[in-house]
Design a protein around this ligand. Structure first.
Ligand code: GLA
Length: 408
């Protein structure tokens, strides 16, 4: 046996991870190897959740083509439960909202080939004042597993009883592992204690900011609610090093199709979240969305950027006033590029192949991921970008490889 093969596997794994430029460890539950895709009730419905809504949303996820495009999780957010635990300390789903309980909803969702998510908090209450899981982690995790839950979003509200962030979030991690069902574990502590520095061994994803709102920008300070699309984007610029398969930065759920965002802004938001390897968790009403919104959420070429792990999450290449250039290396040697016009009034935005990390070549194939057409370039990547919009490209040195790439 060679000396190399005698190395303990942990040292080998650490060395390989270091070579890959990634943190050495990630939560070892085998889940979320690509960023999770699905839907969550909060952004459009807040506390107005019910079995009927969740089941109709699952139907719409299938009928709209979202399931075929990769969306899987149907996630219930806050307010699904009663204000008091039951006689044995158990969480009780609100019978007015979930008359048959959560298991029946999970069965319905599973029959469609989809998965069910639920919400709790790592404090004494949820953010809407329902019972939290602190001190009840094992019991609650077992209950989620018995119900057939596949995804847990774990919030940060209520009293923390003096426990640290890593302690409270690790307690639920361990409880989920002991409950014996694969459950994606989504941390929601709003970036308060720099989860990108410690959460990779605790959860599959971690929120990096305060809550999103369907506005282009709010100009609130970073630690204030709410945050607009650009406010959140700017807080991601320094975090790309922390993200890796199984452990993702979460810049919050999508607002595509909600509030004050127009189609250009929706496309920009979706493109940027894909480039950031964000979980693509739709937050709109899938039952009544417009064709334009559906087309955005099911753009497979953009989704392919989100779901491809090329070694690094996308990062900002340059900022020039209202013109940003973002890039993400793809695993096939291409680079996804976003030209973002943050401001009012159209702008011509340009970059070069070398600046976005492409290897030198005599020509490049530039595929427009929204117009779905190819062009040839000798190194420049540029576009006239309308106000509050992006142009998004995938660029290959030389010819684009045959097959596959157009549809992901
Ligand atoms: C917090 C979270 C939101 C949502 C609400 C529910 O604000 O950050 O995403 O889950 O709680 O009350």
């Amino acid at each position: 046996m060679t000396a190399w093969r005698k190395l303990p596997s942990i040292i080998l794994a650490t060395a390989l991870a270091a070579l890959a430029g990634a943190p050495a460890h990630a939560l070892d539950n085998g889940l979320a190897r690509t960023p999770p895709m699905g839907w969550n009730s909060w952004n459009a419905f807040h506390c107005d959740v019910s079995a009927r809504l969740v089941e109709a949303t699952a139907d719409a996820m299938v009928a709209s083509g979202m399931q075929a495009a990769g969306y899987t999780y149907v996630n219930i957010d806050d307010c699904w439960l009663l204000k008091q635990r039951g006689p044995h300390g158990e969480l009780v789903p609100d019978p007015a909202k979930f008359p048959q309980g959560i298991k029946a909803v999970a069965d319905y969702v599973h029959r469609k080939g989809l998965k069910l998510g639920i919400y709790e908090s790592a404090g004494t209450t949820t953010c809407a004042g329902y019972p939290g899981s602190l001190g009840h982690e094992k019991q609650d995790a077992r209950q989620f597993a018995r119900w057939g839950v596949d995804y847990l979003k774990y919030d940060n509200c209520g009293d923390h009883r003096g426990e640290t962030y890593p302690q409270r979030y690790a307690a639920m991690r361990d409880a989920l592992a002991a409950a014996g069902r694969p459950i994606v574990y989504s941390l929601c502590e709003w970036g308060n204690e720099s989860p990108w520095d410690w959460a990779a061994t605790v959860g599959n994803l971690w929120r990096t900011t305060q809550d999103i709102t369907p506005r282009w920008r709010t100009d609130q300070p970073a630690n204030h609610y709410p945050q607009g699309i650009l406010d959140i984007l700017d807080q991601q610029a320094a975090l790309s090093h922390a993200s890796r398969p199984g452990a993702w930065n979460d810049p919050d759920m999508l607002e595509v199709g909600n509030g004050y965002l127009n189609d250009d802004e929706n496309r920009a938001h979706f493109s940027l979240w894909a480039l950031l390897n964000a979980p693509l968790i739709a937050g709109n009403d899938l039952r009544s969305m417009s064709k334009d919104v559906r087309t955005i959420l099911t753009n497979r070429e953009v989704i392919a950027v989100d779901q491809d792990w090329g070694g690094r999450q996308g990062y900002r290449v340059q900022r020039d006033g209202d013109a940003d250039v973002w890039a993400k290396p793809m695993s096939d040697g291409s680079v996804a590029v976003i030209l973002l016009n943050r401001g009012r009034g159209p702008r011509h935005i340009a970059t070069r192949a070398a600046a976005v990390g492409l290897k030198a070549a005599s020509s490049y194939t530039v595929r427009d991921l929204w117009q779905h057409h190819n062009a040839t370039s000798h190194g420049s990547i540029e576009a006239d970008v309308p106000t509050h919009a992006v142009a998004m490209f995938r660029v290959w040195p030389g010819q684009r490889p045959a097959g596959g790439a157009a549809s992901g």
